[in-house]
Write a protein that binds this ligand. Sequence first.
Ligand code: HEM
Ligand code: MTE
Length: 467
Amino acid sequence: QESTHIYTKAEVSSHTSPETGIWVTLGSEVFDVTEFVDLHPGGPSKLMLAAGGPLEPFWALYAVHDQSHVRELLAQYKIGELNPEDKVAPTVETSDPYANDPVRHPALKVNSQRPFNAEPPPELLTENYITPNPIFFTRNHLPVPNVDPDTYRLHVVGAPGGQSLSLSLDDLHKFPKYEITVTLQCAGNRRSEMTQVKEVKGLEWRTGAISTAHWGGARLCDVLAQAGHQLCETEAHVCFEGLDSDPTGTAYGASIPLARAMDPEAEVLLAYEMNGQPLPRDHGFPVRVVVPGVVGARHVKWLGRVSVQPEESYSHWQRRDYKGFSPSVDWDTVDFDSAPSIQELPVQSAITEPQDGETVESGEVTIRGYAWSGGGRAVIRVDVSLDGGLTWQVAELDGEEQRPRKAWAWRLWQLQVPVPAGQKELNIVCKAVDDGYNVQPDTVAPIWNLRGVLSNAWHRVHVHVAP
Ligand code: HEM
Ligand code: MTE
């Protein structure tokens, strides 16, 4: 009788490379899948995301593994069992304001733990047109509030002569429900490329501070109308406050023009559903604002209060952040009042496959990525170059057709091309065009700004070709 090998979690987690062997677990079983990695139908890089740890969180995303032939295949690689006593007791520090933050998906690439900021890796980002909730990028400025859905109330300050509202979740569900697919992008997406030009202040986002979900909720214009608000030709803004607050009690806040909020065609939502589920805690449970075509910063999560003000929000994040400046402006000379707050974003695209530094097979290469533009402008074309921008080919656009002036979601794109004979390396570049014929700038330096926002230069990836 063979004795079963028992391994600790620590042992498993030290097996993450071809040299040490690549191990994974499923339930209490341990597998050495080193030989299988290159054979994985979903590609080696995806399997490697689970190296040294459990498969469950990844397989939960890809139901293709929920088949007996996949289990049988995995069983061939079994080497032992996990030590049953090896349960790492989570050490909860009660004074830690982040102690109640939710558990996150291990695939997320963490840019900061407290507050939590993380992006999906490129190989998962464009795997689905709709980003699965557990790997949707997360941008938090503060600890995640723990909101009780039964006692939750959304306060909507009434118009003069109208009435203020205090809406429970049930009340919100009584408004007509709208469902739309919307891409959210952080103003800091691709900031890490700006850092390469010159230091900037901010989180080092790569290409993943962008994700797409199908949102469901009440229309903001319907709720505002019930509170007596009307569209008026003024500078008025609708101000949002989150239930997350800093130690001084200051809540996260932002605002959008009243004209956008009241325009039914702008489809601004008070969302309580994300991809058919209640909002996950990281994404604003129980209610967040979704402002299609507008920078992520205005999509206020854990929404507590809505009011109409004569001017835009006085929040730090509205007036002292999320603005663009000339490359010549530094922290000594910056005048935040001199620039408007970012609302709609410029046209954007990036390559997710292959990745920088990778080696691709000679013969044929498949290039994939995403493209999106702000303000509901549709992406009409993506151009791809293999030679650093000397010659171009047009990529194939996938995903849902877009409605004119309401192209709220990204297009995924791909291009399958022969690798030019004799090439040892490729300088792959992509650039998108929107329906206003806006294009991306070719380099980062002329759009560099001290906060590292609006980084949308041609995306460049350098790869080697296997001999
Ligand atoms: C597809 C096995 C890990 C993502 C597959 C298929 C098998 C397989 C057999 C093809 C299934 C079919 O079409 O019937 C495995 C094994 C793994 C593993 C044995 C671990 C040892 C992962 C991980 C991820 C992943 C960690 C994601 C992060 C995918 C995807 C596909 C796939 C996206 C679909 C590929 C396509 O249809 O284009 N996997 N997998 N796999 N796998 Fe895995
Ligand atoms: N809302 C609250 N209440 N607190 C926040 O920190 N971050 C904003 C916005 N709404 C934030 C917020 C920023 S900058 C972005 S980019 C988006 O939420 C990110 O949304 P996500 O975490 O669901 O991707």
